[in-house]
Design a protein. Structure first.
Length: 257
């Protein structure tokens, strides 16, 4: 069973595998993020089949919760261009927008001679200990994800994640869309706070890429910060088997139960 089933060109049904983690009657927003990333890429490939456009930034705003139910989607180009485009995708339920993605698409070119970075590598997934996140987080979505983790201290560590569950039934999706479908677990894999005592849902998520991801395992070099005014953030460097490929950030609202 996949996370999503297509009903029409714009309608999709969430399966029970999307449930959790703050409330098992609601969707975990991660698969929805993957679905919108896929729809942006699908729209791009339909409109611009002969141009290589990398989704260099995926910026999501979470406007509300979603039941495990049928949702409607819309994709529109906000800023067309020959080498730079801004595309917006929206996921709605019962006429109410719940998740909005704005994606900058950049034309790629060969800059091999200029490439370089100073980011540290992280241990390979085969060198890390398996961890069962379902011990701390309820819901079928978290239960469907395989995690290998190295927790240095509360709020700081790295982990690798993969899932064998298809994002969308009967439809191939890219590695980027599969990774987008795991983005939102970053907030819960190296926590500083016990989710049984404190709520810390995120309001947004912004991911930036310098290249396309590849493979099954995706790595997160993660740091969590909570300050004194009820606001926190999660930041991480994203990895695949070839090394760093981007960065991710989430804004959290921190609320003791």
């Amino acid at each position: 069973m996949p996370y999503w089933e297509r009903l029409s060109e714009t309608a999709f049904r969430a399966t029970h595998l999307t449930s959790g983690a703050w409330n098992i009657q609601e969707q975990h927003i991660a698969p929805a993020m993957g679905l919108l990333a896929h729809l942006v890429e699908r729209d791009r490939d339909h409109r611009r089949p002969d141009v290589a456009l990398l989704p260099a930034r995926l910026s999501y705003d979470i406007l509300g919760t979603l039941p495990v139910d049928t949702c409607e989607t819309e994709v529109r180009v906000l800023r067309p261009g020959r080498t730079v485009e801004l595309v917006e995708a929206t996921l709605s339920h019962d006429g109410r927008a719940a998740l909005v993605l704005r994606a900058w698409l950049l034309a790629t070119r060969d800059t091999t001679a200029l490439a370089g970075h100073s980011l540290a590598p992280i241990p390979r997934p085969q060198d890390l200990t398996p961890w069962v996140p379902g011990e701390d987080w309820p819901g079928d979505f978290i239960g469907s994800v395989e995690i290998r983790r190295d927790l240095a201290e509360p709020g700081r560590g790295c982990f690798w994640a993969r899932t064998n569950t298809p994002l969308l039934g009967g439809e191939p999706v890219s590695a980027l869309a599969r990774l987008a479908g795991l983005f939102d677990i970053a907030n819960g894999m190296t926590v500083r706070l016990d989710p049984r005592e404190v709520l810390f849902p995120n309001l947004d998520l912004c991911a930036r890429f310098t290249r396309e991801p590849a493979g099954e395992w995706f790595g997160f070099d993660n740091s969590v910060m909570v300050d004194r005014d009820g606001v926190g953030m999660t930041t991480c460097i994203l990895h695949d088997a070839h090394g760093p490929l981007g960065a991710l950030g989430q804004t959290t609202t921190v609320r003791p139960r």
